[in-house]
Ligand binder design. Structure first.
Ligand code: DGT
Ligand code: CA
Ligand code: CA
Ligand code: ZN
Length: 576
């Protein structure tokens, strides 16, 4: 059992404890324990087997959690969890994924109506049976129905980072097979879409079908769906993500890669263009209509070229004007990861990060960056130990001293992720903000305001002369929470006018902003920073996902401020 699975069981138990109305302190200790387990570098079951007393040495793991972990390693569950699952059906956990439905409400619905599934809940809302309960009304029923729709759209999809990591592990497992020329992920993963339905892998080489055979031996397979000489499909891991893997001859590899990369909409448009030019296009190649002669198929480039097009980067293949742009030679020169010179959003142990400033600096330097902005939370986030004015000023001084000492090997920027209050004012006084190199303003509370009020709140925030960046601008959490509602265009216009950049938050649960909004904001003259919101040195590597989003938004290096050197960036940040 790996740490992630142990963490999942602990977190799930915390959810059930919350539904059962247990002491908030105990619930939190389970949550913290789950986070500690997930981030721990060694396998906990090995420790439990060899030296169980070491478990309580792990910060966040006390005696009772250590006992729970030992029990989990022994038999896959533990007593407290079993008791709770006897009381509430496991489907009750699914209800927690419905936005706007907290554990207290779920407990109440269970008490009154024995609601335990999403379908039950939907029926009750439609029959207007929620509004008769205390503190509930028609508005809540409406909101829950909307959330259920969103939940169903998300069901069966996975975060890009999860799909990417799963793919990496499979590729590693297949690496020893000999006689393979290439294995490439296609589908939505190759296009860098923020959520992925299933994985599509393509293999070519004289021994490609042996890769399929080996794939069926992958240790994490929970269900083998099919296995032939050209294709194998299986569901993998506790989340049962589906993987389709295809073996292909080299002379049609490009055609297959093009076809299985999609998107479906892009393919349909491309096929129509082929027909107009006298060709048929399929996963086997590009053929003349007249005598079915194959004219391209080995590489993607030769297919696009035959169709009079520049090669189109996968991130653009959504049939959003990329084919026209490729025909007219005006595809954007998309920003690349190797052009990123620094990260502009990172947390440390000063607030809710897990590493010290020095550790974060070292990790950023290892990535080859020339600067890193430390942007811990401000005081409104008391739970995260946010900084007040006094601490901000002391922190800015410390950063200046560290930079002056000159032995970090990287330039640190003193920053803050300043909370935007309900009324749109900044959580910190101007004289403290003035001490900082970079100020990100973010919303972390009152996310359900009416759109007009939320728009005013953001416009007011943009008035602050110290604000440089609007952090995670939609507030969405992928597969969990929709962004808050406001007039995006008005806010983007005002951000452009006041020279406040939009963040592309690269954290895999956020990826915020995203393609459509990026293009809209760019058209209005906005500029962007790509930043990871790292709470751990490892998270700095999420930058790649942020760059994918930027590319999906057609952004060029000149649109992205952290492609600049620190000196240029400092000038660009200065408020105009
Ligand atoms: P996903 O898995 O839902 O995140 O999205 P995709 O884009 O990976 O879709 P998937 O796995 O169903 O299919 C992979 C690619 O295969 C898709 O992007 C385009 C191609 N494809 C699948 N079905 C069709 C189809 O009916 N027509 C065309 N033209 N292409 C298709
Ligand atoms: Ca797919
Ligand atoms: Ca597929
Ligand atoms: Zn934030």
């Amino acid at each position: 059992m790996d740490n992630r699975e142990i963490a999942r069981l602990l977190a799930e138990t915390a959810d059930l404890m919350e539904i059962a109305g247990e002491d908030a302190f105990r619930v939190r200790s389970f949550r913290n324990g789950a986070a500690a387990v997930e981030n721990y570098p060694e396998n906990l079951c090995e420790i439990a087997a060899t030296n169980p007393r070491r478990l309580t040495d792990i910060p966040g793991i006390g005696k009772s959690l250590a006992a729970a972990i030992q029990e989990i390693c022994r038999r896959g569950s533990f007593e407290r969890r079993d008791q709770l699952l006897a009381k509430y059906p496991p489907t009750a956990l699914e209800l927690l994924k419905i936005q706007g439905l907290g554990p207290k409400t779920i407990a109440l619905l269970w008490e009154h109506y024995r609601v335990s599934t999403v379908d039950d809940l939907e029926r009750l809302c439609k029959e207007q049976k929620l509004r008769v309960l205390p503190r509930m009304g028609p508005k809540l029923e409406e909101k829950i129905l909307r959330s259920i729709t969103h939940y169903r759209q998300s069901a069966g999809r996975f975060l890009l980072s999860f799909a990417d990591e799963t793919c990496r592990q499979i590729l590693e497992f297949l690496a020893p097979v000999e006689g393979i020329e290439r294995i490439t992920p296609a589908g939505s993963l190759r296009r860098g879409k923020e959520t992925v339905g299933d994985l599509d892998l393509l293999v070519t080489g004289p021994n490609a079908s042996a890769a399929l055979d080996r794939f069926t031996q992958y240790p994490d397979i929970v269900e083998l769906l099919s296995h032939g000489s050209n294709k194998a499909s299986a569901k993998i891991g506790p989340q049962a993500i589906q993987v389709d893997i295809r073996a292909l001859p080299s002379d049609s590899y490009g055609a297959a890669l093009q076809y299985f990369t999609g998107s479906k909409e892009h393919n349909i448009a491309l096929r129509n263009r082929a027909l107009k030019l006298g060709y048929s296009l399929s996963e086997y190649g590009l053929f003349t209509l007249k005598d079915e002669r194959k004219v391209a198929g080995r590489t993607e480039e030769e297919i696009y070229e035959r169709l009079g097009l520049a090669w189109i980067p996968p991130e653009l293949r959504e049939n959003q004007g990329e084919i026209e742009a490729a025909a007219e030679g005006r595809l954007p020169d998309l920003v690349r990861f190797d052009q990123i010179r620094g990260d502009l959003h990172a947390h440390t142990t000063e607030s809710d990060g897990r590493a010290t400033l020095e550790e974060m600096a070292q990790a950023a330097r290892a990535l080859g960056y020339s600067y890193l902005a430390i942007t811990d939370h401000s005081k409104a986030l008391a739970m995260a130990n946010g900084l007040d004015e006094t601490r901000v000023i002391a922190f800015a001084r410390k950063v200046r001293e560290l930079n002056a000492r000159g032995d970090l090997g990287i330039r640190l920027l003193a920053g803050i992720e300043c909370d935007i209050r309900r009324d749109g004012t900044m959580d910190l006084a101007d004289d403290a903000l003035a001490e900082l190199d970079i100020v990100i303003g973010s919303i972390h509370s009152y996310m359900n305001l009416e759109p007009a009020e939320m728009t005013d709140r953001l416009l007011r925030a943009l008035e602050s002369p110290y604000l440089h960046v609007l952090g995670h601008p939609t507030g969405r959490l992928l597969l969990a929470r929709e962004g808050y509602a406001y007039d995006f265009e008005r806010v983007a216009q005002e951000a452009a006018r006041r020279n406040v950049a939009f963040e592309i938050n690269a954290s895999p649960e956020r990826l915020d902003l995203y393609d459509v909004r990026l293009r809209a904001a760019k058209a209005l003259g906005c500029r962007f920073v790509i930043a990871t919101d790292a709470h751990h040195p490892r998270h700095l590597e999420y930058m790649r996902y942020g760059v994918m989003m930027a590319r999906r938004g057609w952004l060029q290096p000149s649109d992205v401020l952290n492609t600049l050197s620190w000196e240029e960036l400092a000038r660009a940040l200065r408020r105009g």
